[in-house]
Design a binder for this molecule. Structure first.
Ligand code: PRT
Ligand code: MG
Length: 213
């Protein structure tokens, strides 16, 4: 029985390598340089499929992959249907924040009950955050480069991920509110966990023992 693991390129792949190694799994190729979307490993029956970060939950939900690794941001937006989420891997850490252009008085706008235009790739997280605060917002869905939106008048604020803060600084933006801490989690297809239990459980155990502090 083949085991298929869905991963995204970039930071998640990099930070997953040590976890895979702990489970004795070594990719045959580097997805950054290879154009292949299916990457073999040192085990004939274990393969990696390389997908967009936000598509990982979908591949696992429908059983096209047995396991996957996805950010909490992506999992909240997806909804988590059909996914077992046994393990916080403590990798690809960052914070979901509200940010505005330097000089925009966010706290005052909130106090005055202003209706805010908020640009984000994370409409669900943003909507729930502002609803809980009782702030009225118009959510503008973007697929990337949220940092641009306040600079050209598309939005008053953005909801985006921040790690070093360098991107905000480079674009004259400041974080004004912390929404949630983000890290990546292991997700498992619920049917696969039952059918391939003997194959999957050792991988879960190995990952659990190798989670960075
Ligand atoms: O890039 P692509 O559109 O394919 O998808 P993606 O951006 O969802 O994927 P990827 O690989 O960039 O991110 C995968 C996961 O890594 C996300 O779902 C998060 O859970 C996690 N992660 C951790 C981050 C960051 N840190 C991060 N800093 N994802 C994105 N960023 C971006 C952020 O959106 C902003 O544009 O980096 C920029 C800010 O970084 P700093 O260091 O300048 O603050
Ligand atoms: Mg990205």
């Amino acid at each position: 029985m083949t085991l298929t693991i869905a991963l995204s390129k970039g930071r998640i792949f990099e930070e997953t390598l040590p976890l895979l190694a702990a489970a004795g799994i070594v990719p045959a190729e580097d997805p950054e340089s290879s154009r292949k979307l299916i990457i073999g490993t040192n085990h004939a029956d274990v393969r990696l499929v390389i997908v967009r970060a936000s598509d990982v939950p979908t591949y696992v939900q429908y059983g096209a992959a047995d396991l996957g690794i996805a950010g909490r941001d992506v999992l909240i937006e997806h909804g988590g249907d059909g996914l077992y989420q046994p393990l916080d891997l403590n990798i690809a850490k960052c914070k979901m924040m509200v940010a505005v252009e330097n000089g925009f008085d966010y706290q005052n706008a909130v106090r005055q009950g202003a209706r805010l235009k908020v640009a984000t790739k994370y409409p669900k997280i943003a909507r729930e955050h502002f609803a809980a605060k009782g702030v009225h917002v118009d959510i503008i869905k973007l697929y990337g480069s949220m940092e641009l939106a306040p600079l050209v008048g598309l939005a008053d604020a953005i909801v985006d991920l921040v790690s070093t803060g360098g991107t905000l600084r480079a674009n004259n933006l400041v974080a004004v509110e912390h929404i949630i801490d983000i890290s990546s989690r292991l997700v498992v297809n619920q049917a696969a966990l039952k059918l391939k239990y003997d194959r999957i459980q050792p991988v879960l155990d190995a990952f659990a023992s190798a989670v960075p502090a």
